[in-house]
Structure formats: C-alpha cells, structure tokens
Design a binder for this molecule. Structure first.
Ligand SMILES: [Zn+2]
Length: 127
C-alpha cells in the first residue's frame, strides 16, 4: 500500500459497482438493465486504468524525490483553479471552432458539428 491509496479511501470500487449493479437488476426493465450494466463495466474498466495510470505516474515522481506533501499541495492548487475546493476539476468555458467561430459541442469527436473543421483538443486534459 502506498500513500496515494489514502486519496481514494472511503470508496470501495468493487463494492460500489456491485451495489449499483444489484440496483439495476432489481429495476425489472431488462433492456435498461443490460445497457446500464454494460455502461458500469466500461466505467469500472476506465476507473481501474486511471488508478493504474495515477500510481504509475506517482512512482516516477517519487523516484525523483517528490513528496506526498507536494502532491497534495499541488492537487489542492489545481482543485482550486475553478474557484471551488471540492475534489473535482470542472471543465472550462466552451471552446470556439477555430474555423467558423461557433461554440464546439462536446460529443466525443474533435470535429465542429457546424462546419466539419478539425478542432483538436488544446491540452491532453480537455474532456
Ligand atoms: Zn466550425
């Protein structure tokens, strides 16, 4: 166990997903339940990959002498960048299409829905 585990304490991923899935099965709507179960499995896989990614990145930083105090201080700074200390990073203002200037709609593809221009993410953390 390492220090990062304390950042996620109080949330047992496996237990949480089991409870969600039991609730979905109990709903009685088979099609909705199948869809919701599929979505929770995708989310579970994404969360597990994120845990792995964070632990891997942290191992590099720890090897370079970074401390948990530094990590937590930086997390707080980034958390506060949107004006709220709430453990979340809210997306910034909607971006404009670089070609037609209309507001880009987040729909998973880096293409303007109005003119079809490419609108690549401005940073690796755009979502
Ligand atoms: Zn456009």
């Amino acid at each position: 166990m390492n220090g990062l585990d304390s950042l996620f304490s109080g949330w047992s991923m496996e237990e949480e997903f089991q409870q969600i899935q039991e609730g979905i099965r109990a709903s009685g709507d088979a099609a909705m339940a199948r869809d919701a179960l599929r979505r929770t499995e995708i989310l579970r896989a994404d969360v597990e990959k994120l845990f792995l990614l964070v632990q891997t990145l942290w191992s590099f930083l720890r090897e370079q002498g970074r401390t948990e105090e530094e990590l937590l201080r930086r997390m707080e700074e980034i958390d506060l960048a949107d004006g709220r200390l709430d453990g979340r990073v809210r997306p910034g203002a909607p971006r404009k299409c670089p070609h037609c200037g209309r507001t880009l709609i987040r729909h998973g593809r880096p293409v303007c829905l109005y003119c079809g221009a490419e609108a690549p993410p401005e940073s690796a953390f755009d979502h």
